[in-house]
Write a protein that binds this ligand. Structure first.
Ligand code: F6P
Length: 393
C-alpha cells in the first residue's frame, strides 16, 4: 500500500438520482486532501469479490449532474445466511464470523476506509460489520423511498416525487377526456412517503399508503361514489406499491386476492416480501371492474365507468437528479469524506433541518415510516374529503 490514504466507495440497493453527486462530493474533498478514491463495483458483491475501478476526478467533471451510479449497484447481502441459522446463538456466531471476514477484505481491496452509500439494508450491513470489528466504515443515507430514520430527507426522494407528481398531473388530461378512473402505482415498498408527497403535490383524489391500511369499501368505493355524485367526472388514485388493505377489508371486500396471496409473495435477498409483485394497482382495477353497484352509480350520474392502471415503477428512479438532490448529494459526500479524514468511523452522515450532521450507524441505519398523526396525513385526509364534501348539497 502507498502512503496515500485510500478510500473505497460503494453504492448498494436500488439506484437513485444523486448517487453520483455523493461520489463526486467525496472525490472533490479527497482530491484536495491528497487521498485516493477507489470505486467498489456493485455494492457489497464487489466488496466481497474484489471488484474495483479507479476513480480519477479529472475524468469525471460534473459527475454530480448525472443520474444513476457510476459504480453499479446490487442488493447483495453478505449476511443473508444468518437468517436461516437455527438458534439465536448460532445466528450471532455466524454474524460475527461474517463480520470479521468482511473486515479482512479491506486489505484485499487495498483500502484504508470505506464509504458505503445505501438504504437501511446496505447501511445495516455496514453497522453489523462495525458492531463486531474496528472496520473503518462511514455510511451515507440513500433511498428514493425516504424511509431511513437517520436523516430528514434522502437524496433522490424529491427528484422521484417530482417525476411521480408530473406523471399524475399529465394523466389528468387523458383521464378527463375519457372520464376514467386511473389507479397510479407509485414506488415505495414499505413506506408511503413517495406516494403521499407526490399524490398531494399533484392533487390525487385518493391516496393509499402502506402505513394506513385501507378499507376498500370506505376509502375507495365510498369516496368514488360521493365524488361522482358531487359531479367529478374523472379520478386519480395514487397507490403505493406497498399499500395493502386492512385484514377486515381483505376478508370482506376482495374477490380477486386473499391473505394467502400476500403470504405467498416471493422475498428479496434481504428477506423483504416483494409487494411490488402483488401489483396492487391492477388488483384495485380488477376489484373496481367487478363492482356493479359502483358502475350503476356512475351511470346514474351520467359518467363513464372505466378503470385503468399505470405502474410508474422505475421511471421514478430514472434520469438526472434535480438541483436539491444534486446539492444534498454533494454536501453528504463532502461530509462523509470529512468524517473519514477525522477518523470518525461507525458513523453516518445525515440531513437535519438545513444542516449536515452525523450520528452512529447503529442509531440511523433503521427504517422510518410516515407517521399516522403527521400533518402530511392530515392534509391527505382533508384534501380527499373536502373535494366531494364541499360540493355536496
Ligand atoms: O430502492 C427502493 C425501491 O425503489 C422501492 O421503492 C422499490 O420497491 C424497489 O426499490 C424496487 O427494486 P428493484 O429495482 O430491485 O426492482
Amino acid at each position: 500500500m502507498t502512503d496515500k490514504r485510500i478510500i473505497g466507495i460503494l453504492t448498494g440497493g436500488g439506484d437513485c438520482p444523486g448517487l453520483n453527486s455523493v461520489i463526486y462530493g467525496i472525490m472533490l474533498k479527497a482530491f484536495d486532501s491528497d487521498t485516493e478514491c477507489i470505486g467498489i463495483i456493485k455494492g457489497w458483491k464487489g466488496f466481497m469479490e474484489n471488484l474495483t475501478m479507479p476513480l480519477n476526478i479529472a475524468e469525471h467533471d460534473d459527475l454530480h449532474t448525472v443520474g444513476g451510479t457510476l459504480l453499479y449497484t446490487s442488493r447483495t447481502n453478505p449476511f443473508s445466511s444468518v437468517a436461516v441459522a437455527e438458534t439465536e446463538e448460532k445466528k450471532k456466531e455466524l454474524e460475527e464470523k461474517i463480520a470479521k471476514e468482511m473486515a479482512g477484505k479491506f486489505d484485499d481491496l487495498g483500502i484504508d476506509a470505506l464509504i458505503a452509500i445505501g438504504g437501511d439494508d446496505t447501511l445495516g450491513v455496514a453497522d453489523t460489520i462495525c458492531k463486531y470489528t474496528d472496520a473503518k466504515i462511514i455510511g451515507c443515507p440513500k433511498t428514493i423511498d425516504n424511509d431511513l430514520l437517520g436523516t430528514d430527507y434522502t437524496f433522490g426522494f424529491w427528484s422521484a416525487v417530482q417525476l411521480a407528481s408530473n406523471s399524475m398531473d399529465n394523466l389528468t388530461t387523458t383521464a378527463r377526456s375519457h372520464q376514467r378512473i386511473f389507479v397510479v402505482e407509485v414506488m415505495g415498498r414499505d413506506a408511503g412517503f413517495l406516494t403521499i408527497y407526490s399524490g398531494i403535490s399533484s392533487g390525487a383524489d385518493i391516496i393509499l399508503i402502506p402505513e394506513t391500511p385501507f378499507n376498500l369499501r370506505k376509502h375507495v368505493i365510498e369516496v368514488l361514489k360521493r365524488r361522482v355524485r358531487a359531479g367529478h367526472k374523472y379520478h386519480i388514485i395514487a397507490c403505493s406499491e406497498g399499500a395493502y388493505p386492512s385484514d377486515e377489508s381483505l376478508k370482506r371486500d376482495f374477490e380477486t386476492i386473499s391473505q394467502e396471496t400476500i403470504d405467498k409473495l416471493p422475498k428479496d435477498t434481504f428477506g423483504n416480501p416483494l409487494l411490488s409483485k402483488l401489483n396492487m394497482s391492477q388488483i384495485l382495477v380488477s376489484e373496481l371492474r367487478l363492482n356493479e353497484e359502483l358502475e350503476k352509480e356512475f351511470q346514474q350520474n351520467n359518467t363513464n365507468y372505466e378503470c385503468r392502471s399505470v405502474v410508474l415503477g422505475h421511471t421514478m428512479r430514472a434520469g438526472t437528479p434535480n438541483s436539491f438532490d444534486r446539492i444534498l448529494g454533494l454536501r453528504l459526500g463532502l461530509a462523509a469524506m470529512k468524517l473519514a479524514l477525522e477518523n470518525k468511523f461507525g458513523m453516518m452522515v445525515s440531513l437535519r433541518g438545513n444542516d449536515i450532521k452525523s450520528l452512529p450507524l447503529a442509531e440511523g441505519a433503521k427504517k422510518k415510516y410516515v407517521e399516522k398523526d403527521s400533518d402530511i396525513v392530515e392534509l391527505r385526509n382533508l384534501m380527499i374529503k373536502i373535494r366531494y364534501k364541499s360540493r355536496e348539497i
